[in-house]
Design a protein around this ligand. Sequence first.
Ligand code: CP
Ligand code: NVA
Length: 301
Amino acid sequence: MKHLLKMLDLSTEEITEILDLADQLKYELKHNIPHPHLKGKTLGMIFQKASTRTRVSFETGMYQLGGYPLFLSSNDLQIGRGEPVQDTARVLSRYLSGIMIRTFEQQEVEDLAKYGDIPIINGLTDFCHPCQVLADLMTIREFKGSLAGLKMCFIGDGNNMANSLIVGCLKCGMSVSIACPDDYQPPREILDFAAGYGDKFEMVNCPKTAAKDADVLITDVWASMGQEGEAEKRKKAFAGYQINDELMTLAKADAMVLHCLPAHREEEITEKVFEAHAKEIFEEAENRLHAQKAVMVKLMA
Ligand code: CP
Ligand code: NVA
């Protein structure tokens, strides 16, 4: 494993190794056991979109591993003024031990990996959010004991979160049911991948059908970063694609609920369901730290 660009690139074994290491690092942190695996290493963190969790968890995680994180806003980098990714990658490779990037186009992340010669970590693109889904899988395993055989249901937009969840959950032996409106389905590449899993994957319009007997229900915002201009149109398209009490009655009685955050209460999830499942949702947010530290150790130690 040289980079973390998308879940599609990871084998089941690599995912399991990351989750196991993440559990170990979480244990060590809670028990004040130092783990300076990245002493003397540097991580550049390029942000072309806003972030709370990704920025703070990578920055803190790098510090806890003995390394040094550099926050690089695209407003300040020449990349924000049009310097090509090919050149940025080759220059930064000479200063840094690794790069985390949050941007729009998946191709930009792939190009950084292609032209640079240091590990690249995708901190979210329009196509996927692998760091979040590794934390989600870690959280599901923590609450349920194992992953294989569980049913994950995703309600809403076929977006970066849906894409990574479909791939990550299927690779870990889970079945996946996604409910989304016709015009907001995941891209062909993801559906083709999922088709290889036969009846372990289903995509439907009706949230109630998707939620039936689910072990884990997950949703995300109706309008992602960069789609703010379409917010009103999306509110209409996604009306009814909400995790609420009625939907929860169809899932298993002990079903857990996850949300990558930030959440829009009374849109994709009701306040009531959100607060009833705050324990899982904020453990999920915490697990970003541990899962990403595991990724950094795997790639950069
Ligand atoms: N879930 C997530 O990636 O949060 P941020 O946008 O705050 O980083
Ligand atoms: N789908 C959301 C996820 C935020 C973490 C977005 O891209 O804005």
